[in-house]
Design a protein around this ligand. Structure first.
Ligand code: NAI
Length: 254
């Protein structure tokens, strides 16, 4: 039986670990042909090897999403390998520095905004350009966060960047809806990934404190974001564009 993403050529940025990795493994199961793009070469190549060992199609491109030349090269590598681009999951991101605005440095703000907001903007720009060149439909999903929908104490840079991802997603959706190019965002709650492990190590917050923030009573697993992303990338969501979908255990329902 054909998978939900059968033969679709799809880029996953930040695909080396966490949410990106889990989504890559699921997308491969659904028949996608993948480009894993990340600055983390070792783990990215391991994801590719795992997909290939199960009979899937994947390649790795070392890509820093803040560099337009590298974003363009990532798209060119996908077209070169698979003949076209059908979709993308713009998921690369950093947690940045969580602290009150008076303590946050301009350098920290710039670093977070650069990766988490400009990085997604560059990907959207050149992916849409490729769809237009092909004259084809396309589906793009970008990772925002619950921090793209509500505020968090200490998150003035991260929340600004993630609200920015939601905003640019809506703009791209409106600009290209008539071309059948869809753009959506997912807004994960607190998901058990290396990012959250780092934040716990850095702040001393105990896991129970994080669990207590989740109405569902547990942290999310990376694959639970992957399921939503697969649906948004697939033709099953053909009438869905411009949304910022919480996948959050009820986090923003409070
Ligand atoms: P992660 O740290 O496991 O994954 C992030 C990936 O992005 C890593 O593989 C990293 O190497 C890559 N990356 C970082 N900077 C990059 C750059 N400049 N160019 C290319 N790749 C780069 O963390 P996780 O949790 O899987 O994060 C994925 C996305 O989910 C991020 O955008 C994050 O902000 C977002 N998110 C995560 C939540 C969580 O609770 N884990 C909650 C809400 C959003």
């Amino acid at each position: 039986m054909a998978g939900l993403l059968q033969d679709k050529a799809i880029i996953i940025t930040g695909g080396s670990t966490g949410i990106g990795r889990a989504t890559a493994l699921r997308a491969a199961q659904e028949g996608a042909r993948l480009t894993i793009a990340d600055v983390n070469i070792k783990d990215g190549e391991a994801v590719v090897a795992e997909i290939k060992s199960k009979g899937g199609a994947a390649q790795f491109t070392k890509t820093d999403v803040t560099q337009s030349a590298e974003v363009k090269a990532m798209i060119a590598a996908t077209v070169s390998a698979y003949g076209r681009l059908d979709g993308a999951f713009n998921n690369a991101g950093i947690e940045g520095h969580f602290t009150s605005i008076t303590k946050m440095t301009e350098e920290e703000y710039d670093r977070t905004a650069n990766v988490d907001m400009k990085g997604v903007w560059l990907c959207l720009k050149y992916q849409v350009e490729q769809f237009l060149k092909q004259g084809s439909a396309g589906s793009i999903v970008s990772t925002a966060s619950v921090a793209g929908l509500i505020g968090t104490r200490g998150g003035s840079a991260y929340c600004a960047a993630k609200h920015g991802v939601v905003g640019m997603t809506k703009c791209v959706a409106l600009e290209y809806a008539r071309k059948n190019i869809r753009a959506n965002a997912v807004c994960p709650g607190i998901i058990q990934t290396p990012m959250v492990d780092r934040m716990m190590a850095g702040t001393g917050i105990v896991p129970q404190h994080l669990i207590d923030q989740e109405p569902i009573g547990r942290l999310g697993q990376p694959g639970e974001i992957g399921e939503a992303v697969i649906w948004l990338l697939s033709d099953l969501s053909s009438f869905v564009t411009g949304i910022a979908m919480p996948v959050d255990g009820g986090y923003v329902a409070v």
